[in-house]
Design a protein around this ligand. Structure first.
Ligand code: ADP
Ligand code: ZN
Ligand code: ZN
Length: 738
């Protein structure tokens, strides 16, 4: 009998496959590509995915180890998704095994069966009562019992967190015999005859045109850029498209940038549809994630909503892909497999032959360029739906004006007026903490991070200095560590300081801070939103967290405290990001009856970019920015790949990159490739971070194909390079942070 050599992708950074012998007693026909096997690896065991079966190996047969166990009777990942993973690994020059492990739910990576389980259902026992004396001192259990009693047919275990039912409380109720668990074979519920749980809104002409354009070509790949100003009813367009998709018996995948937007989107979709909606984001637990994933794969979820990684959710009958807020940087993964979920969504839509809609009020320059050059159809929504008008912009020059914790006099007056009129104010400052630096007024000492080329931020509330780059934390000193004097002063303002000052200036109104620090506790965000939604006059102070997707009908003034960072940063994308942020934050204002006003404080109030953005709008800005990028030969008019390296000793990263650079030059000649430039190596913008010295080498190509051809050969060479062992290096294809 010929040997059966199994070629497996293992979760390892090594960009190669590993050969094993078939496990004893397993027949050839059971070994379909895509099945998982448990294998020995060094002293450990690993779970690998079968890529191919061969009769020969470069490794002598007596050196090959047999796989231990075959885990699947059929591949857990459908062929189309396996193909997407192959494409992804190839394009991002990443190990296939590691790519597959980003794509598979954690439990499948750990060897859990990949079949829909029998589902457990929680039910209230007949004799149970909320007045049970044992619950007198257990308010959470009482609440849980009350909530569960609303569902006489029981609640599936996988839906507990979506319905905000606390697992631990239920477990305790179970121990008291007040609730029971029934195991039922999950019946894929019958598809509802009526998908709509709520009538659709009559569309305006632009929305109608957008829906018709997409709906004219189901079952084929077409890319659409839905560029609609904030509040123009993009979500309504998505909903009506999804309705048509459901009616055709197909599934829709909706990507959203932020986990915070998940519940809000889920609510809106489940109010509209009698559909099985799966919500996938980093906060659902592993079991729920696997269940949702399996339901989507087996056609038992109709709508799949999720953040970046949900892109890899398999679907039995894909019909439509939507990427909301497509410009958002969180679609790009910045570690490990550095993929861009929006870009991969396009690849997937093409592979699956379905339409894809990218939506944004502030499309990325990449997508706009694709639309202007005809690769995507451009659908514009220029009016706010439901009659609200666009906010007015005012640039406030703060040159030589005193700033009180970052807030100028005229800004304070505008805030006061708005509050007096009974409306809400949103103060935007994209900097967490109290102040970005602590300074000794006597000797000039600055609170520098010992591990990074960066200052530590003052977090007054915790009396701490924290580095936002490496996480280093120190107690806030009361004396200068250098000269021992006590005159230490926080310099500049973050959200914590603005919050504190605003509370003093406007003692009669609540001041709510919304940033990563204030919302890290579970439920904190919901509580903040509940207060805001009451509609009483108040001040919201926050970072870009506030800019995304939320709807604050009572906010009529948006105060942008600092727009200068984006105007003089070295990163060529900084102005694009600033413009997107300003327009998105501004879009939170005046979404209901009252018109909104946006005041931007700047030391560069006459900067042409700012003038154009505020007077002519985002598209005028974007067209100007695109023509500048074209002139400078920057993306999207070229393609980039960035090789990053870091090491504990200074110079080590550079010498690896120097060698890498010579190798690339050599390969360019050998392969006869042109139109590729090597820029660097240079120190990274923040050279030292978390104690490592970092450098980078940029590759810039006129066309994608030759660049990728070079990368293919180059990466193999880099993996062999001895100097690469002393450093930590990684390649970022289409980097967005340089
Ligand atoms: P976007 O997603 O573009 O920010 P939304 O879809 O959230 O916009 O719509 C903004 C508001 O306008 C929502 O309250 C929505 O219900 C309402 N809306 C959307 N489309 C219409 C329409 N055709 N007629 C009336 N109201 C609409
Ligand atoms: Zn000092
Ligand atoms: Zn640091």
């Amino acid at each position: 009998m010929p040997n059966l050599i199994l070629r497996l992708a293992l979760p390892s950074p090594l960009r190669r496959l590993f050969d094993y012998l078939a496990p004893a007693g397993v027949s050839r026909s059971a070994l379909q590509p895509g099945v998982r096997l448990r294998v020995p690896f060094g002293r450990r065991e690993m779970i690998g995915v079968l890529v191919e079966v061969d009769s020969q190996s470069e490794v002598p047969t007596d050196k090959l180890k047999p796989a231990l166990e075959l885990l699947d009777t059929r591949p857990p990942l459908p062929a189309s998704l396996f193909k997407l993973c192959l494409w992804t690994a190839q394009y991002y020059q990443h190990s296939l095994g590691d790519t597959l492990s980003w794509a598979l739910p954690v439990l499948l990576r750990q060897g859990e069966p990949a079949e829909t389980r029998q589902e457990r259902y929680w039910l209230v026992n007949k004799e149970a009562s909320v007045d049970d004396p044992r619950l007198a001192r257990a308010p959470r259990q009482r609440d849980a019992l009350k909530a569960l009693a609303q569902h006489p047919h029981g609640v599936a275990h996988s839906l507990l967190s979506q319905l905000q039912l606390n697992r631990d409380s239920l477990q305790l109720l179970h121990e008291k015999g007040l609730v029971r668990v029934e195991v039922r074979r999950t019946q894929p519920h019958a598809k509802p005859a009526h998908w709509l749980a709520q009538p659709e809104l009559p569309l305006n002409a632009e929305q109608r045109a957008a829906v018709n354009a997409v709906a004219s070509g189901w079952d084929q790949f077409n890319a659409f850029l839905l560029a609609g100003v904030t509040g123009s009813g993009k979500t309504e367009v998505y909903l009506q498209l999804i309705h048509q998709c459901l009616q055709a018996g197909k599934q829709a995948l909706v990507l959203i940038p932020e986990i915070n937007l998940g519940p809000q989107t889920f609510d809106r979709f489940s109010r509209r549809f009698n559909a099985r909606i799966a919500l996938l984001h980093s906060a659902v637990n592993d079991r729920e994630r696997l269940d949702a994933w399996l339901a989507a794969r087996d056609g038992e979820a109709d709508i799949i909503i999720g953040t970046r990684s949900a892109l890899f959710t398999p679907m039995k009958n894909p019909g439509l892909i939507i990427v909301d807020e497509e410009h958002d940087a969180s679609y790009k993964q910045q570690e490990g497999l550095r993929y861009h979920a929006r870009d991969l969504a396009l690849v997937r839509a093409r592979q699956e032959d379905v339409p894809i809609v990218l939506g944004s009020a502030t499309p990325s320059l990449e997508s706009l360029h694709n639309a202007y050059s005809g690769r995507y159809a451009l659908l514009k929504l220029t009016q706010r739906a439901g009659g609200a008008s666009q906010p007015r912009f005012l640039r406030l020059d703060v040159k030589s004006r005193p700033l009180d914790s970052g807030i100028s006099g005229p800004m304070q007056q505008a805030i006061a007026q708005t509050l007096k009129a009974g409306q809400q104010v949103l103060v935007f400052l994209n900097r967490r903490g109290f102040a970005p630096t602590l300074l000794c007024h006597d000797c000039g000492w600055l609170s520098e991070c010992p591990r990074c080329d960066a200052r530590m931020t003052v977090h007054q509330r915790y009396q701490e200095l924290r580095c936002h780059h490496c996480g280093h934390v120190e107690k806030q000193p009361s004396n200068c560590p250098k000269c021992q004097h006590v005159d230490l002063r926080p310099v500049g303002a973050g959200t914590e300081r603005a919050e504190e000052r605003l509370a003093v200036l406007f003692p009669d109104y609540p001041v709510l801070r919304i940033d990563r620090d204030s919302t890290s506790r579970k439920g904190a965000m919901d509580r903040l939103f509940a207060t805001i939604n009451k509609g009483e006059p108040c001040i919201l102070v926050g970072t870009q967290m506030l800019a995304k997707g939320h709807h604050f009908p009572r906010v009529t003034l948006v105060s942008i405290l600092d727009a200068d960072g984006g105007l003089f940063s070295a990163d060529f994308r900084a102005s694009e990001r600033m413009a997107q942020l300003i327009v998105q934050v501004a879009g939170r204002a005046g979404r209901a009856e009252e018109p909104g006003k946006v005041i931007i404080q700047s030391h560069l109030a006459d900067h042409p970019l700012l003038v154009q953005l505020t007077e002519q709008g985002y598209f005028a800005f974007a067209e100007q920015a695109l023509s500048e990028r074209r002139g400078a030969g920057l993306p999207p008019f070229c393609h980039l790949a960035l090789l990053r390296a870091e090491a504990h000793k200074p110079g080590q990263a550079e010498s690896f990159l120097d060698e890498a650079c010579s190798e690339a030059e050599h390969l360019l000649g050998e392969l006869g490739l042109t139109g590729i430039e090597l820029l660097g190596p240079v120190p990274a913008p923040m050279e030292r971070r978390a104690g490592r010295f970092r450098a980078q080498l940029l590759l810039q190509g006129n066309a994608r194909a030759p660049l990728h051809r070079l990368l293919n050969h180059w990466l193999h060479a880099l993996e062999q390079m001895p100097s690469g062992r002393a450093v930590r290096w990684s390649l970022d294809v289409d980097p967005i942070d340089l």
